[in-house]
Design a binder for this molecule. Structure first.
Ligand code: CMC
Length: 431
């Protein structure tokens, strides 16, 4: 097939360059702009990366206008209905759904890696008693770099895979550890006889003195949250993971960078911010006042859990999780609780309000995940940690994909310099 190109002309000089198109298997093609600088001495400029593809990827596809999300080609709705988080993790890493034997083996490997070195557990004691669990996660995940020297060999695909297993397996242990520290309760070791989610719940809520009873409603709600959050193509934290990892630093340091980016309230921190906002609103009668603030350009207040950079219609994950959320509130018979009443009324008003409708600002996945996690009795400060747990599968799959590229290079964006041009240093006495 003939190479498809577009021509870029610099109207100041009349010079042209032919820019090749980069084919996609579905959705928008890209333009390879590498010749721009060489041929025209121009750089592409796209703050916030609104129109920039940072890589080729075969993992996740989003169509924000159609409200589509696929992992490896499988619609998120089908995975949420039929799959498990571990199966989805396998899919993201391997590219295909596992058969029964592959899934068993994967489960066995992950289970085998759930323990963390005792030295890692000592780190927790060094944090202030009221440390935010995300602050703890940044530290302990990065600290794993000090415990697995073989992980430093990022050029070896086998070492990369071992690191992937370790990260997926140890994340629940580390996250539950942060929860226990927050509550001043003893750390609970993993139980290899349990499933991934059950084990996490037991490590979070279990106590040495009483047997922990697993609640299937909670397991299913958590499984849905994990599946829906497992990957989301090149969002801020995933791009951070790719950029950090592109310097060939070890995967624990790389994922710790992703955790930092996810923590922000515009990203994964939104689920926690939703709850703070609901508490701040306090009562259904105060909603109009907060809606007015969200619309006011002179007020920095935004409705947390609303809007998305890519989805310009209902986020498909939000549609799924909304149903789980409503089912859970009914199951637990807590729709009448003032906090949840405020949430549901806010959702109703915002969905009808012209400001939100015109800007295509729908409730996003974090709006509902925040409500679900609260209904499950989990401390608000743990919400983003739970997002970390789920997104680790996607981050590591994206990192592995990048590291396996034959022409993998360090990520190094350029800039348009707008500072002072050259000037001479003045001695202190002359300034
Ligand atoms: N409340 C009120 N107004 C909003 C909101 C909001 N939540 N989100 C966007 N807008 C307005 C914004 O003021 C702007 O209005 P105008 O065109 O009049 O200037 C317009 O909508 C476009 O907003 P933007 O800031 O240019 O959009 P963006 O793509 O840069 O930001 C976002 C996307 C998700 C950061 C933003 O919608 C937001 O801050 N939402 C609240 C935080 C949140 O829920 N984040 C979770 C995102 S989903 C999961 C994840 O990424 O982890």
């Amino acid at each position: 097939m003939e190479k498809q190109t577009i021509t870029a002309t610099d109207n100041r000089t009349g010079k042209n360059v032919e820019l090749p198109l980069v084919a996609s298997s579905h959705g928008a093609f890209g333009i390879d702009v590498r010749e721009l600088y060489k041929g025209l001495d121009l750089l592409s400029f796209d703050p916030g990366f609104m129109s920039t593809a940072s890589c080729r990827s075969a993992i996740t596809y989003i169509d924000g206008d159609a409200g589509l999300l696929w992992y490896r080609g499988y619609p998120i709705e089908q995975l949420a209905d039929h799959s498990s988080f571990l199966e989805v993790s396998y899919l993201l890493l391997a590219g295909e759904l596992p058969n029964a034997a592959h899934l068993d083996r994967f489960r066995e490997i992950i289970t085998h890696h759930t323990m963390v070195h005792e030295g890692v557990l000592k780190f927790y004691q060094g944090f202030r008693h009221d440390a935010h669990p995300m602050a703890i996660m940044l530290g302990v995940v990065g600290a794993l770099s000090a415990f697995y020297p073989d992980a430093m060999d990022v050029a070896d695909p086998a070492c990369r895979m071992t690191s992937a297993y370790r990260l997926i397996a140890k994340m629940p242990t580390l996250a539950a550890g942060a929860y226990k520290y927050l509550r001043g309760e003893p750390f609970i070791y993993p139980d290899d006889s349990l499933g991934y989610i059950e084990n996490f719940l037991r490590m979070m809520f279990g106590l040495p003195a009483t047997p922990y009873k697993i609640n299937p409603v909670m397991v299913r709600a958590m499984e849905t949250i994990f599946i829906l959050h497992a990957d989301h193509e090149q969002n801020a934290s995933t791009s951070t993971v790719r950029l950090a990892g592109s310097s060939r630093v070890n995967p624990f340091a790389t994922i710790s960078a992703g955790i930092s980016s996810l923590w922000g309230p515009a990203h994964g921190g939104a689920n926690e911010a939703v709850l703070h906002m609901l508490k701040q609103i306090g009562d259904v009668k105060n909603i109009p006042q907060f809606i007015a603030r969200a619309k006011d350009k002179n007020d920095s207040f935004r409705l947390m859990g609303f809007g998305h950079r890519v989805y310009k219609q209902y986020d498909p994950r939000a549609r799924i999780i909304r149903k789980s959320c409503y089912d859970l509130l009914d199951d637990l018979d807590i729709r009448g609780n003032p906090l949840f009443k405020t949430a549901l009324e806010l959702e109703r008003i915002a969905l009808e309000d012209e400001y939100f409708v015109n800007r295509q600002l729908y409730p996003n996945v974090d709006f509902y995940s925040g409500i679900i996690l609260k209904a499950l009795g989990i401390d608000t400060s743990m919400f983003t940690v739970i997002f970390v747990l789920a997104r680790t599968a996607g981050w590591i799959a994206q990192w592995m994909e990048m590291m396996a590229e034959p022409d993998q290079r360090i990520g190094r964006p350029r800039q348009i310099y707008v500072g002072q041009t050259q000037r001479d240093y003045l001695p202190l006495a002359e300034r």
